[in-house]
Design a protein around this ligand. Structure first.
Ligand code: GLU
Length: 519
């Protein structure tokens, strides 16, 4: 089998991601794009983006822009095609813009005897299907039935001409060869065998000038000099037809290699991961927030506080494994390590908890200045203004514990505003045994201090506590309640330093006033 591809070895690797704009891009689609990208970059090749919008009934307006933005967010850089080189060198890259180009290929197949015109009306075909259902012999348009139907194989040449000239609606169907065993090779599934009798005479082209997916896909891969087709498993069943089309066109020498990626499975149970699973279990299945024309919305990883690095890292390990224990990968490391040989055959289960873990790992690894960039808009929404430098220092102190970007607020709000309330459980536990009196004394001490540098203030406060024979734990926890509102958060004296003397004193005074009232 491989010897047939000797010419391929000399060709520059060119792969494409070819989504149909039918709605928001599912994370399975992002993974397909990612594997194509990794494969291209690993092999010094090009990654193309082509939009397959021949099925206008399923067309969704915002979907293309969403695809482009999703890839950009993930750091999957397109070398050629939509959004980068709309015209050339092999453009246009949107199939609806290529419409006039497909006709000659459909007619080429008619001339070579590999396809035929069919005039059966949708009503006639529907009636045959209903009859098939009733008789429990499903209707299939194939070598068994085609000679009894209304097409250029059964009608006279003159009749066909007449119908074509009168503008009658027709389709062009592929004439599937009869009872041929065909052996195919898939880079992931290895040898695949089938018999042509298992397949039907697929529609390739319609008289409105629109090709169907199969024709447009094969013609475009050929014209765009694609060397490897890497796509989801759901397209495995189309591979025989596509290979037969390459043969029928006489393009077998430059036929791409095929690799069908395993499914991404539900966290529990069988089957493909769907939006419903996400809604039920509370995780997104789309990269970005989506709002459709119909107003329908869907959650996105970006808006839910995931970093693109974590999302990509998680996706890469769904179906591919590096063969080592390494789990954290940058994009460059993925490019270095990636190969189709290490993509498994069986589906991989999506794990939402592990996805959170990846995010936490990536938040730790991300520089505080980059985190601050993501945190600033959250602060702005809350009408909080803080200098970048201040926010970067906050990120430094609290990123350790954050799982999501928004945790920076949940775990660090007290760097920006005084607590609105005091955690009752902590108050009960700490604010006792004359706490108010002792905190009042500590407040007076703090009022007299001038150096609020964390280390200096800590040393002096400890000395003060020791001299008065107070309990360190009690005083620190009560002060923490005063500035944070609960017994949690960053190092106490770091907080004092960050918010400054005036704000510290204000919060301690407020706590003394409010907590004693609550008692
Ligand atoms: N347009 C197909 C899709 O929506 C592309 C399949 C392929 O890559 O050949 O996934």
């Amino acid at each position: 089998m491989h010897t047939k591809f000797y010419q391929m070895e000399e060709r520059k690797v060119r792969v494409r991601f070819a989504p149909s704009p039918t709605g928001p891009l599912h994370m399975g689609g992002v993974r397909t794009a990612l594997f194509n990208y990794l494969f291209a970059k690993k092999n010094g090749g090009d990654f193309l983006l082509r939009i397959e919008d021949t099925d206008q009934t399923r067309f969704v307006k915002n979907a293309e822009a969403y695809i482009v933005e999703s890839l950009k967010w993930c750091g999957i850089k397109v070398d050629e095609g939509i959004g980068v080189t709309p015209e050339g060198p092999y453009g246009p890259y949107r199939q609806s813009d290529r419409k006039p180009l497909y006709k000659q290929y459909a007619y080429q197949l008619i001339e070579s005897g590999n396809a035929y015109f069919a005039f059966d009306t949708p009503e006639e075909l529907a009636a045959l299907r209903t009859k098939g259902e009733q008789e429990k012999v499903p209707f299939v348009y194939n070598h068994k039935t085609r000679m009894e139907l209304c097409n250029s194989l059964t009608l006279s040449k003159e009749e066909v001409e007449k119908r074509l000239n009168s503008g009658e609606h027709f389709v062009i169907r592929f004439k599937m060869p009869e009872n041929q065993n065909v052996d195919l090779y898939d880079e992931i599934r290895k040898d695949v065998h089938f018999n042509t009798d298992e397949l039907d005479d697929k529609v390739l082209y319609k008289s409105d000038g629109m090709p169907t997916y199969h024709l447009a896909n094969v013609v475009d891969d050929y014209l765009m000099k694609i060397t490897h087709v890497i796509r989801g498993e759901e397209w495995l069943s189309s591979m025989p037809l596509h290979v037969l089309l390459y043969r029928a066109f006489g393009w077998e020498d430059v036929m791409p290699k095929f690799a069908h990626l395993p499914l991404i499975l539900k966290p529990q149970g069988q089957g493909k991961l769907s939006k419903r699973d996400g809604d039920k279990l509370g995780f997104p299945v789309f990269p970005l927030f989506w709002v459709g024309d119909d107003g329908e919305t869907a959650q996105g990883y970006r808006e839910n506080g995931y970093l693109p690095e974590a999302f990509v890292n998680m996706l890469a390990l769904l179906g591919w494994n590096p063969g080592t224990e390494q789990e954290i990968f940058t994009m460059d490391e993925l490019i270095q390590a990636f190969s189709l040989e290490r993509v498994g055959k069986s589906g991989s289960r999506f794990d939402p908890e592990k996805t959170k873990w990846f995010n936490q790992q990536w938040i730790h690894r991300t520089s505080s200045s980059k985190l601050a960039e993501m945190f600033m808009p959250i602060l702005k929404e809350k009408n909080i203004s803080a200098s970048t430098d201040y926010v970067v220092r906050v990120c430094d102190m609290i990123k350790e514990r954050a799982v999501f970007v928004q945790d920076l607020w949940t775990n660090g709000y007290y760097f920006f505003e005084a607590p609105q309330s005091y955690e009752p459980k902590d108050v009960k536990k700490r604010w006792k045994d004359n706490a108010a009196e002792k905190i009042q004394a500590t407040l007076e001490f703090l009022e007299n201090e001038t150096d609020y540098t964390s280390k200096v203030l800590e040393e002096k406060t400890m000395a003060f506590i020791a001299k008065n024979e107070f309990n360190v734990g009690q005083i620190c926890n009560c002060l923490r309640l005063a500035v944070v509102g609960a017994c949690m958060g960053a190092h106490l004296f770091d907080i004092f330093e960050m918010i400054g003397k005036e704000e510290t004193l204000k919060r301690v005074r407020k706590a003394l006033k409010n907590i004693s009232v609550e008692e």
